[in-house]
Design a protein around this ligand. Structure first.
Ligand SMILES: Cc1ncc(COP(=O)(O)O)c(C=O)c1O
Length: 412
């Protein structure tokens, strides 16, 4: 390849990204964490309070997960060796899938290297099937919330559906969803409705009960029915009395539930849970399952330990501690006159700042005071809705939260 001109193009693109200050590659390097119960990140030899992590229950440093990971690595080695259908499935992967299926009260579950890979596979395969011999009827109508996660958007893009088959409904607007389903029923034999569980910018969530009612209504109006996929990567392990996520707080369920082990479960990897035929079909057709390694045995063991822990008293205690931290944080913020961008009941707590520069400066100032948070601005949120995203954890203690809120209120 004649590299120099192409390199020049890439160089210009990187310069453009840097100029508009949306650079992502200059990540902070964390050299470790201080001791539990409220771990701080070591950055350049200084310890920072972590309020920007998805480790909602503080499980990534939990002694039981660490032990499970160590013991299983000693038994099975550090890597999976090969993809499952070639080399054989390691017992721990199967145990994890059974535990996830039980946890979500589904027939079965399938583990992927990430929730991103799970979404790509599930969405692609239920739209199209993996090979040209697959006969799933005609191409479906796919309907997606406008704020769905990138992995959902890419799953739909990957399927190469024509534009008319992929429609977006206004965020959480169920009348709009209903209109689209209603208009599509004469033209399409089947439809797929896809939503995030917890939306990661504001911590809000869809009314799954309402969505389920609409979907059930139209299920019989489409020859091949309407499939409902919910990706609750942020919600599972973080909300609901028993940590079952948005399904638990809304009292309704998806046909296909996507989740991750990389957030509240403190490990890594993703999964889809559903009825037997859906999961069997995914095992036969998902490229990111068939042609890509699964998570390491140690990672699977840590995830398995986390899933089981959630149903034990220790897990319930963490869930209650997280709930209390959320309630306490909101209460003292409101007392100090701080404004929230949503009524989130989730550990994602967005503080409304309303100006991009102000939000960035405040996050920098928090960093100078050894507190890690995230500023979020347009186009991720609408203009004027700039926020600082605080992510709480069960292992934060009151002193950590008091310190953060004191700083925020002094810098309003
Ligand atoms: C809704 C949603 N789905 C999927 C993912 C990706 O999860 P993973 O890191 O397991 O790929 C995320 C992560 O931010 C997410 O918020």
């Amino acid at each position: 390849m004649s590299g120099s001109n192409f390199n020049k193009l890439l160089y210009q693109e990187i310069k453009r990204i840097d100029k508009i200050k949306v650079t992502k590659r200059k990540e902070k390097i964390i050299s470790g964490f201080s001791a539990t119960p409220s771990p701080k990140a070591n950055i350049g030899g200084k310890y920072y309070h972590v309020f920007n992590s998805n480790d909602y229950l503080g499980l990534r440093l939990h002694p039981q997960l660490l032990k499970a990971e160590r013991n299983t690595s000693e038994k099975f080695g550090t890597g999976p060796g090969a993809v499952r259908f070639i080399s054989g499935t390691l017992e721990v992967h199967r145990q994890l899938e059974s535990a996830v299926a039980r946890f979500h009260k589904r027939d079965d579950a399938i583990v992927f290297s990430s929730a991103f890979a799970a979404n790509l596979a599930a969405i692609f395969c239920f739209i199209k099937g993996q090979s040209k011999d697959t006969n799933l009827g005609e191409l479906p109508l796919v309907i997606s919330d406008e704020l769905n996660h990138r992995s959902i958007i890419d799953g739909i893009r990957l399927s190469g559906l024509p534009g008319e088959n992929k429609l977006v409904y206004r965020h959480l607007d169920y009348d709009h969803l209903k209109d689209i389903l209603n208009n599509g029923r004469k033209k399409y034999k089947r439809a797929i409705v896809i939503t995030d569980g917890i939306f990661s910018m504001l911590g809000e969530y869809p009314d799954l009960k309402k969505m389920r009612r609409i979907i059930d209504l139209y299920d019989s109006k489409y020859d091949l029915g309407v499939l409902f996929l919910v990706d609750d990567s942020h919600g599972v392990g973080a909300v609901g009395n028993n940590g079952r996520g948005v399904e638990e707080i809304t009292g309704a369920g998806a046909d296909l539930l996507v989740g991750t082990f990389g957030k509240a479960f403190g490990s890594d990897g993703g999964y889809v849970a559903g009825n037997r035929i859906f999961i069997d079909y995914l095992r036969e057709s998902s490229a990111t399952y068939i042609y890509s390694n699964s998570i390491t045995p140690g990672t699977a063991a840590a995830a398995l330990c986390a899933v089981k822990l959630l149903d034990r008293p220790a897990g319930k205690k963490l869930l209650r501690k997280l709930e209390n931290n959320i309630r306490y944080f909101r209460k003292i913020c409101l007392k100090q006159g701080l404004q929230f961008a949503s009524d989130s009941v989730h550990p994602i707590q967005p503080l409304l700042i309303g100006d991009p520069l102000k939000a960035r400066k405040l996050v920098d100032k928090l960093f100078d005071n050894y507190i890690l948070t995230t500023n979020i601005s347009y186009p991720v949120v609408p203009k004027g809705h700039d926020e600082i995203r605080i992510q709480l954890s069960a292992v934060h203690d009151r002193k950590d939260i008091d310190r953060l809120v004191k700083f925020l209120s002094l810098n309003k």
